[in-house]
Design a protein around this ligand. Structure first.
Ligand SMILES: [Zn+2]
Ligand SMILES: [Zn+2]
Length: 147
């Protein structure tokens, strides 16, 4: 179950403290906005959503803040083939479905993948810490528009 917002924020503040990151109001707002988003937004989209609340916030700051969060494991960069990176707050272990037409990214769970035994060559390679499967295709909304 996803953590409730206050819990999630406390966890974030705790993680910042451990990472030695200063918790500025800007950082907190950016995290809050991303945590509330369900659509894996880009830095540009987050910036647009925050600009009415924080008119002085620059796109560059949003970029740098997301980069800092991601490098400390506070958020995930979603692996896509698009040139613009998309982000999410890491919650439950999940995988992604990406529609190649409307670019919508949907979360899904697949315990089979999470628990599947790894091939010997992977064990020989080293230790796997995170598995993330990305499936590409066309969502049902786009499929129905094709008809
Ligand atoms: Zn679609
Ligand atoms: Zn996701």
């Amino acid at each position: 179950m996803p953590a409730s917002p206050p819990e999630q924020q406390l966890a974030f503040q705790d993680a910042c403290r451990k990472a030695g990151l200063r918790l500025t109001p800007q950082r907190l707002e950016i995290f809050r906005e991303l945590a509330a988003a369900k659509d894996h937004p880009t830095a540009e989209i987050l910036h647009q959503r925050l600009s009415w609340k924080m008119p002085s916030l620059s796109l560059d700051t949003v970029y740098r803040t997301l980069g800092t969060f991601a490098s400390h494991g506070l958020i995930n960069k979603v692996e896509t083939v698009e040139s613009q990176a998309r982000f999410e707050v890491a919650q439950l272990l999940h995988h992604h479905l990406i529609c190649q037409q409307c670019k919508e990214i949907i979360d899904f769970q697949w315990q089979f993948i999470d628990q599947a035994p790894l091939p010997d060559e992977v064990h020989a390679w080293g230790r796997v810490e995170r598995r993330n499967l990305v499936a590409y295709g066309t969502c049902s909304k786009c499929l129905s528009e094709e008809k």
